[in-house]
Design a protein around this ligand. Sequence first.
Ligand code: GDP
Ligand code: MG
Length: 300
Amino acid sequence: MPDQTPIKSGFVAIVGRPNVGKSTLINAMVGEKVSIVTPVPQTTRNRILGIVNRPDAQVVLMDTPGIHKPLCRLNKAMMGFVRQALEERDLVLFIVDATQKFGKGDEFALEFLKQYAAKTILLLNKIDLMNKLQLLPLMDRYSKLHEFEEIIPISALQGDGIPEVIDGVLKYLPEGPQYFPPEVYTDQPERFLAGEIIREKVIRHTRQELPYVTAVLIDKFEEGETITGIHATIVVEKDSQKPIVIGAGGSMLKQVGTEARRELERLFPPKVFLELYVKVEAHWRDNRAMVAALDYRREG
Ligand code: GDP
Ligand code: MG
């Protein structure tokens, strides 16, 4: 009687400093691209659920913005998501970049985490970049900082240690219900995912000139039988930034648009019509309405 067999299920918060590989880990565990991955820190703004489905388990992963001291209103909202994820979790995966020295930022993240007294598995990521002989002393050092349930070395990028992470997670999850139908791997509204894909392309192409300043608002999202129409506005903070996003003769915007459309067509086949606009909105990161508009859960 398969439907009477209890499954293990629960919510797992993935926390750590910016750029340690949280989004990469979620994508590796889920096997689908649910969270954008970029070399620029602080690109994950909203809570994103990735879901690992197995016949015996359902693991709901919560991606969080990197833990950092909040300075502007957007950052405060971002830290709010981290807190919320920590409050709702059954288990925490605390991820660090094993190639970096444990510094003030990690200490801040760990102290932040300790306030929640959550069961925590420590993941030492990016071991593909290290000499394996350095691992044991590193694990030893971390085990003295906090009582982690387990310490698992991984390479999220190469998929090393991912089965061990999933096994580790299942050990500490309770028996529970199937929270989502098994064919679902994210609860992201499609338009939010669309905005994230566009934002990722903008960041990829303009990161030298425009660190952290872009937001993407989806103005229109129409799913038809044969074509999905998407109108999106790329928001920058200063007049001087607008030409960077547009590029000479519109070349940058065109390239961003083409790459975004290709990826969007995989999500919304067979065809996507994408129209991109660029708008200047001074100090949008301190604008309450803009920050709220970016929070997809408050939509509609
Ligand atoms: P997040 O800010 O914590 O979500 O980090 P991301 O998942 O966006 O990753 C930040 C950067 O680190 C990206 O350039 C990733 O490709 C890279 N990265 C993540 N995991 C690994 C890993 O295991 N090995 C290596 N070499 N790079 C990684
Ligand atoms: Mg991320």
